[in-house]
Ligand binder design. Structure first.
Ligand SMILES: *Cc1c(COP(=O)(O)O)cnc(C)c1O
Length: 227
C-alpha cells in the first residue's frame, strides 16, 4: 500500500537536486512524522508553537524545524532556542522582535521575508513596495551586526485551480527575489532561498525558480483540524 514513504520517494524523484523539500507536518502525529524521518526527511514545517513543542521533545534532535505560520511576537522568545528557520517574517515589527530576542540570546537565526502576492486577503506578509522599503532601511542602519540572517523570500500563491494565475504569481515572485538580491544582497551568498510551492502547485513553483517547497497533504495525507 502506498504510504508516506512512497509519496516522499515519488516527489523526491522529480525534484531537482537544488530544491529543498520541507515536509509540512502540522496537525500530523509524532508517529507519522517519524515515518517521514525514517524515509530520510530532516526538514519539517509547523505553524503553531504549542503543537511544535511536544514534537520537538519527542522526535530526533537532528530535525530542522521551519516555522511557516503566523507568529505572534510574544511567542518569539520560546521559539528561538530550537527553531532552524523562521520562514514567515511578514512585518517589520516581527523582524525587530526576532532581532531583539536573538541579540539577547546571542544566537544567529535564519529567516525568510514573507511576501503577500496572492489574491486572498491576508494580514501576513509584506507587499512588494513595503518589502523594498524594509530592505532599504536595513541597509541604511547596518551599524550593528544583525543576528537575523536573511536567507531569502517566502510566499504563497493564490489557492486556485487557475494554473496561469499561479504561474504568473510565481514568476512575479522570482522577479522580486532577483531585484531584492541585486539591490540589497548582491555579494551575500547566503541569500539563496526562494520558498514557494505547496501540495497543489509545487511543480509550477519549481519550474519558475523555487529552491524550497513546503509540502504537507500530498505527503502526510489530509489534515484533521478537529483534533
Ligand atoms: C499548510 C501550509 C503548507 C502546506 O500545505 P499543503 O497544501 O498541505 O501542502 C505550506 N505552506 C504554508 C505556509 C502552510 O501553512
Amino acid at each position: 500500500m502506498e504510504g508516506i514513504k512512497e509519496r516522499i520517494q515519488q516527489i523526491q524523484d522529480t525534484l531537482p537536486e537544488n530544491v529543498t523539500l520541507v515536509v509540512v507536518s502540522k496537525y500530523h502525529s509524532i508517529e507519522d512524522i517519524q515515518q517521514a524521518y525514517d524515509a530520510g526527511i530532516r526538514d519539517f514545517g509547523e505553524n503553531h508553537l504549542q503543537e511544535l513543542l511536544p514534537k520537538v521533545d519527542a522526535l530526533p534532535k537532528d530535525i530542522r524545524w521551519h516555522f511557516i505560520g503566523t507568529l505572534q511576537r510574544n511567542k518569539v522568545k520560546s521559539l528561538l532556542p530550537f527553531i532552524y528557520m523562521i520562514q514567515s517574517v511578514g512585518s517589520k515589527k516581527l523582524y525587530d522582535e526576532i532581532e531583539r530576542r536573538a541579540q539577547k540570546l546571542n544566537k544567529s537565526i535564519d529567516i525568510l521575508i514573507e511576501l503577500h502576492i496572492a489574491q486572498e486577503e491576508s494580514k501576513n506578509g509584506f507587499t512588494e513596495e513595503d518589502a523594498y522599503t524594509f530592505f532599504e532601511e536595513l541597509t541604511k542602519n547596518n551599524e550593528i551586526t544583525p543576528k537575523c540572517r536573511i536567507r531569502g523570500i517566502m510566499a504563497m500563491a493564490t489557492n486556485t485551480n487557475d494554473e496561469v494565475l499561479i504561474r504568473n504569481e510565481f514568476m512575479l515572485l522570482k522577479n522580486i527575489f532577483q531585484k531584492v538580491k541585486n539591490r540589497y544582497f548582491k555579494n551575500v551568498s547566503h541569500f539563496d532561498t526562494l520558498s514557494c510551492g505547496m501540495s497543489n502547485d509545487w511543480k509550477i513553483a519549481v519550474e519558475e525558480g523555487s529552491t524550497l517547497v513546503r509540502i504537507g497533504s500530498a505527503i502526510m495525507g489530509p489534515r484533521d483540524y478537529k483534533k
